[in-house]
Design a protein around this ligand. Structure first.
Ligand code: ZN
Length: 63
């Protein structure tokens, strides 16, 4: 994901799993004149082909 302000590349400084389908990423802009740090929530939103070994606790809508 690019920096929303200067559009430069960003790097993931750290991340944590909030649930089996959601991660929280701490990102930092690589542009030294910007240095924006921000949080990204990354999640699985839709299933295209269902798993052959589904976890019954994981609920993901079908596309
Ligand atoms: Zn930036």
């Amino acid at each position: 994901m690019k920096c929303p302000h200067c559009k430069s590349k960003t790097t993931i400084r750290s991340s944590e799993e909030l649930s089996p389908i959601t991660r929280k990423q701490y990102r930092q802009c690589t542009n030294i004149y910007c240095c924006h740090s921000f949080v990204v929530l990354q999640s699985v939103s839709l299933t295209i082909v269902p798993s052959a070994i589904p976890d019954p606790t994981v609920k993901i809508p079908l596309s």
